[in-house]
Design a protein around this ligand. Structure first.
Ligand code: URA
Length: 431
């Protein structure tokens, strides 16, 4: 049996007592955890020590690169197109990848988007796209490359071969209360993106009640950490800091988010979804060497829509298919007239999840038609009796718990009262 160069418990004690781990120690720890030598309970103690005591800049870099080295690395050097990708830290109603990937690809750039499924109150991009009849998320590496070359945009399931250490570690963090740590989030996200092999990356780092990190200053610190990690690894990386206090757009769920994305691709859609899509597209195209792209024009002319149709068809989906409709709906009406002054993202995300749009356990299925359609946004004038939002589900017994989550989550105030939306949608830029 090979002799292990370190004792796990010594490394745990070092982090517990506020010390730093060396490159060799972190390389070994991640490799030994991936191959099952370091036990889950030891790694749980380690992640809690990191959560409580943080990590230095070199440690975060070493941890990230050790996770990259735990699996395969894709190589796009054979493509005739430049690659540029986007990652969002996750939010309620965040369907931006759907209009964004085809929009950017319509400029001749490749968008290699490897995504995950939703867990908890933020939805997964693959779950949303799977509401399109026939569409499949699983592609072989050859299919992925061929679609990038031909269509440009691909949204597919990240294979188990990409940063497998992160897959194992993220599942452990999820059940040990250690997700909300800047070194752990930054290394988790960036290890997957570096392994994915994109040349450029734009991060949408969210703050507010519906985001992982509520505090804008913490979100900025996360953005700076990830931009540094990407840049040091040779990936041209930038970040936008965006407000997730209020749901994005009017649709929260799966099929209804696809419907809203198609509206944006057709030149319409809610102004906040359009604004963020355009801002991220400009950043991605700038990093790909197209600084003054007419992104509004590509939405207005149908060029981005053509790219969407090609992207969906290439993965077996029917872009003209009727999207699944819920078996049951329940619309909540305004009890009084006034102005909508509050609409909190987190409770709406939880309610959509309880209606069946998200999953409680990794293995659970999602309901494609479940979710919430909002009919008003903060700042809108309200007349008594008008619809505020509609709950959608296949199982009406889910309404009660969803409505419970929404108690106190929205408020109709008097004209002139301040609107509690947390300020502008795009609050800053890093990189
Ligand atoms: N998304 C990830 O991929 N990892 C995290 O740690 C948090 C969000």
């Amino acid at each position: 049996m090979a002799v292990e160069p370190f004792d796990t418990v010594d490394l745990i004690r070092t982090k517990r007592d506020g010390g730093a781990l060396s490159t060799a120690q972190l390389d070994w720890l991640i490799d030994a955890y991936t191959r099952g030598y370091v036990a889950d309970e030891q790694m749980a103690a380690m992640t809690m020590a990191i959560f409580l005591n943080g990590m230095g800049r070199e440690e975060i870099r070493d941890l990230t690169l050790a996770m990259v080295a735990s699996g395969e690395r894709l190589d796009f050097s054979g493509l005739s197109k430049k690659t540029t990708d986007k990652h969002s830290t996750g939010g309620v109603g965040d369907k931006i990848t759907l209009p964004l990937a085809p929009l950017v690809a319509s400029f001749g750039v490749a968008v290699p988007q490897l995504s995950g499924r939703g867990l908890g109150h933020t939805g997964g991009t693959l779950d949303k796209l799977e509401s399109i009849p026939g569409w499949r998320a699983q592609l072989s590496n050859d299919e992925f490359m061929a679609q990038l070359e031909r269509v440009g945009a691909v949204v597919a399931a990240a294979g188990a071969g990409l940063a497998p250490a992160d897959g194992k570690l993220y599942a452990l963090r999820d059940i040990t209360g250690t997700v909300e740590s800047i070194p752990l989030i930054a290394s988790s996200i960036m290890s997957k993106k570096i392994a994915e092999g994109t040349a450029a990356l734009v991060l949408d780092v969210k703050f507010g009640s519906g985001a992982f990190l509520h505090d804008p200053a913490k979100a900025r610190e996360l953005a700076e950490t990830m931009v540094r990690l990407g840049t040091d690894a040779g990936v041209a990386t930038r970040a936008l800091l965006t407000n997730m206090n209020v749901p994005l757009g009017l649709a929260i769920g799966n099929a209804n988010e696809v419907r809203e994305s198609v509206e944006v691709l057709a030149g319409g859609g809610p102004p906040d979804v359009v604004e963020l899509t355009l801002a991220l597209a400009r950043e991605m195209l700038d990093l790909a060497g197209i600084p003054d792209a007419d992104v509004e024009g590509a939405l207005g002319s149908g060029r981005a829509m053509d790219s969407w149709r090609a992207m969906i068809s290439a993965q077996g989906g029917d872009p003209d298919a009727v999207l699944p409709a819920p078996r049951e709906t329940h619309t909540v009406l305004a009890e009084r007239a006034g102005v909508l002054v509050a609409q909190q993202a987190l409770p709406f995300g939880i309610a959509a999840w309880r209606l069946g749009a998200g999953r409680a356990r990794r293995q659970d299925p999602v309901q494609h038609a479940a979710g919430i359609d909002l009919h008003v946004k903060p700042g809108d004038a309200i007349v008594q009796g008008q619809p505020l939002f509609t709950l959608r589900t296949d199982e009406p017994e889910r309404f009660a718990r969803a409505l419970e989550a929404l108690e106190g989550a929205y408020r109709i105030g008097d004209p002139g009262e301040p609107v509690l939306d947390g300020g502008p949608l795009i609050a800053g830029r890093v990189g």
